[in-house]
Write a protein that binds this ligand. Structure first.
Ligand SMILES: Nc1ncnc2c1ncn2[C@@H]1O[C@H](COP(=O)(O)OP(=O)(O)OP(=O)(O)O)[C@@H](O)[C@H]1O
Ligand SMILES: [Mg+2]
Length: 164
């Protein structure tokens, strides 16, 4: 889903940035830059094909927020929860979600109340995405990746000042 399409679906596009990511470390670093802007209730939607770097980005976010342990891909568990001092993060991967009706049981709404949410394969639950969100679209570019960040709602100002 392009930002323009998702903007038409819910919320107004509040700016975009293109950021080249030459290697895995750059993807993690971008995650850390986004982590610096995260506040309670935020949703970051991670778009991209299989192997695009979505989990790598999530690891960068979690490490920057102080999580020192492993960050497994939530492909099979569908969600992993992390508690750090002052912030909790729920990391979803909806690729294997059987039925969008399971989303409520998975606790997407609760997770937003409890802290912040990172979602891989968010297009599977496009209707459940809040109008206030940051979209990160990861695409292949040569041997590396390019990230297109699209801000909606309160992310407009935050994306503009993101140090990345
Ligand atoms: N900027 C980059 N340049 C090159 N390789 C990268 C970059 N970012 C991540 N990778 C590599 O891409 C591979 C896949 O990464 P990752 O598991 O994060 O993808 P994913 O989008 O979560 O995949 P999936 O859809 O299966 O969950 C890893 O080997 C990772 O090191
Ligand atoms: Mg992944």
């Amino acid at each position: 889903m392009t930002p323009a399409v998702s903007a038409a679906r819910s919320g107004a596009l509040g700016g975009e940035r293109l950021i080249p990511l030459n290697d895995e470390a750059a993807t993690s670093k971008l995650g850390a830059a986004v982590a610096a802007e995260l506040v309670h209730g935020d949703v970051v939607a991670l778009f991209g094909d299989l192997g695009a770097g979505k989990t790598t980005f999530a690891r960068g976010v979690l490490r920057a927020l102080g999580h020192g342990g492993v960050v497994p891909s939530p492909t099979f568990t569908l969600v992993q929860h992390y508690e750090m001092p002052g912030i909790s993060v729920a990391h979803f991967d909806l690729y294997r979600l059987g039925d969008v009706g399971e989303l409520h049981e998975l606790g997407l709404d609760d997770a937003r109340h409890d802290g912040t949410v990172l979602i891989e394969w968010p297009e599977i639950a496009a209707h459940a995405l809040p109008s206030d969100r940051l979209e990160v679209h990861l695409e292949d570019a040569g041997g590396g990746r390019i990230a297109r960040l699209a801000a909606f709602g309160s992310w407009a100002g935050r994306l503009a000042r993101l140090v990345a």
